[in-house]
Design a binder for this molecule. Structure first.
Ligand code: ZN
Length: 546
């Protein structure tokens, strides 16, 4: 009986939603809902890295790609399997001891400081002298070198959090995120410890930071098994609380307070800090693997098919809440983050693959380990399964708010390149406006999977639904705030949220239209001349005039 009635329903549905029928958007809405209901189901256990639930999600995406006739584009079929070291402390307590003229001051991890587990299995003790490097940034194009004239070889570098005041927030976030660690390694430092500026202290109290102090962390391993990524060679990474920071600067050319006051006005010149620091701790390291998923739709134009448009969505989330009381919900379903984005990517692929083949090739990429620091996309950018030089543009889809019928969009990164044209045209086609970034201080442009591709020199765009709704009100702003404050990386990002599948369909059509326009455009996307990211990461590429 059941089977028969199901077939009857399917037949009725295919009549209703035959191609060309005006009801097509509803079918898209249903398809999106279907994907999200599967990917965010409790059975997938929050799609944690290296966990069975995420493996199932990755297989699901690969099966969808197969059903669309895409070509496998991983290193093993649809997949590119990456090794990660999951590092956690096996010590009861971890300490940093400052030794200065025979006097010892001990600081405890999770209370006075936070540190990341190291790369060594078992117990270790590290002792090194200390040097302050101001903000610890280097960028020759901006004329910044906080390391100039400072010898950091064999030392632990102490750097202020964040970046020089007054910088563009996305440039600042990029430099704060990468430049400190990369430059410290290049100059031979053994560790990087951050101390918090007034701005950072105002953003979050240290006891809240300290409560996460003993968390495990993941690093990716290269094909040779060695740790890979920015700052992987640093033995010590951490942040000092303000109490410890004051003691650290005692007897130095500037007190901590003086350094912070100077940092609020501009760059701060570095100096040696007296004494040595000894770190004592022990680690347990578990090796896990996790797959990227990649499917290629070859382009129709013999010449332009050499060029690839990359469409990304992360398939992983943060798994199971370890300390949930027994019998209560403990699954981080990640329905918006990023079952919604993954569903959008799959349906974008479906719509394009079932229509007229675009000129350029399109690579659909379900990334892993986004939640561990954009690691799956980062890994691919360093070990691409197709020549990365062929990738001409990126459309990233991550955590769209699909609970509101949005009337505008925010297109992170679009104004940096000629991608603004297809984005604006596609938005207009849906009756939407393109709004400026409502929270530039969040530097969203550096916080999702397109960012490693930007660092590989590729113009990228990352769409979010905006704050205004389709009726001219601001209810979508309220929905976004509710999500950010109450559901983001919480148990409540689940299927009980009030999804608006028609709005989800609009978001999918929008991304599809952008991808199509880029794939069929006369010219590949170009960075605008004078854009910081284009000039930094694609210095020799042709540029467009604004
Ligand atoms: Zn997330």
């Amino acid at each position: 009986m059941r089977k028969t009635s199901f077939l009857g329903a399917a037949a009725a549905a295919s009549l209703l939603f035959s191609p060309g029928n005006a009801a097509e958007p509803d079918r898209l809405a249903q398809a999106l809902e279907g994907h999200v209901r599967f990917l965010a189901d409790d059975l997938l256990e929050g799609r944690g890295l290296g966990q069975r639930g995420h493996e199932i999600a990755a297989r699901y995406v690969a099966s969808q790609f197969a059903s669309l006739g895409l070509q496998p584009a991983g290193s093993e079929g649809w997949f590119q399997r990456i090794s990660f070291a999951e590092r956690s402390f096996s010590s009861d307590r971890e300490t940093m001891v400052l030794t200065r003229g025979g006097r010892k001051t001990e600081w405890l991890n999770g209370k006075d400081l936070v540190m990341s587990p190291g790369n060594v299995e078992g117990a270790e003790t590290i002792t090194a002298p200390l040097v302050f490097v101001g903000f610890g940034l280097r960028d020759t194009s901006l004329g910044i070198d906080d390391f100039a004239g400072i010898d950091v070889r064999g030392k632990i570098v102490v750097a202020l959090s964040g970046a020089h005041p007054g910088m563009n927030s996305e440039t600042a976030a990029h430099l704060a995120r990468t430049s400190k660690a990369v430059t410290a390694v290049q100059n031979g430092a053994v560790g990087l410890i951050q101390v918090r500026t007034f701005q950072e202290q105002g953003r979050i109290p240290f006891d809240k930071v300290a409560s996460r102090g003993r968390a495990s962390s993941r690093s990716m391993l290269g094909p040779d098994g060695a740790p890979l990524g920015d700052g992987a060679a640093l033995k010590v990474r951490g942040t000092l609380g303000e109490g410890a920071a004051v003691a650290l600067f005692e007897g130095a050319p500037m007190s901590f307070q003086q350094a912070l006051e100077a940092a609020a006005k501009g760059p701060v010149k570095g100096f040696d800090l007296p004494g040595t620091l000894t770190i004592t701790r022990a680690q347990k390291i578990v090796r896990i693997t996790s797959p990227n998923v990649l499917g290629l739709l070859p382009g129709a134009d013999p010449r332009l098919a050499q060029e690839i448009v990359l469409v990304q969505a992360h398939t992983d989330h943060i798994g199971i809440k370890a300390d949930a009381p027994p019998g209560t919900d403990n699954i981080y379903n990640g329905a918006m983050d990023n079952a919604g984005g993954t569903a959008t990517m799959i349906e974008t692929a479906r719509i394009i693959a079932s229509g007229k083949r675009p000129a350029r090739s399109i690579l659909f990429f379900g990334t892993t380990a986004e939640e561990s620091g954009l690691l799956g996309a980062d890994y691919w950018s360093r070990n691409p399964t197709l020549p990365i030089g062929r990738v001409v543009g990126v459309v990233n889809i991550d955590m769209p708010i699909l609970s509101c019928d949005f009337g505008d969009i925010v297109a992170f990164g679009a104004e940096r390149s000629t991608l603004i044209a297809p984005v604006t045209a596609a938005a207009r086609g849906e009756g939407l406006t393109v709004s400026p970034d409502p929270q530039p201080e969040e530097a969203v442009f550096t916080r999702s999977d397109h960012y490693p591709m930007v660092r590989a020199g590729i113009p990228s765009v990352f769409l979010k639904t905006g704050h205004s709704d389709s009726k001219g009100g601001q209810t979508c702003g309220a929905a976004e705030r509710d999500f950010r404050l109450n559901r983001y990386h919480e148990l409540g990002d689940d299927l009980n949220q009030p999804f608006d599948w028609t709005a989800a369909a609009k978001f999918a059509r929008l991304n599809t239209d952008i991808v199509r326009r880029v794939a069929n455009g006369k010219q590949r996307p170009l960075w605008y001349a004078g854009d910081y990211f284009g000039d930094s990461f694609a210095p020799t590429a042709a540029k467009a005039k604004r």
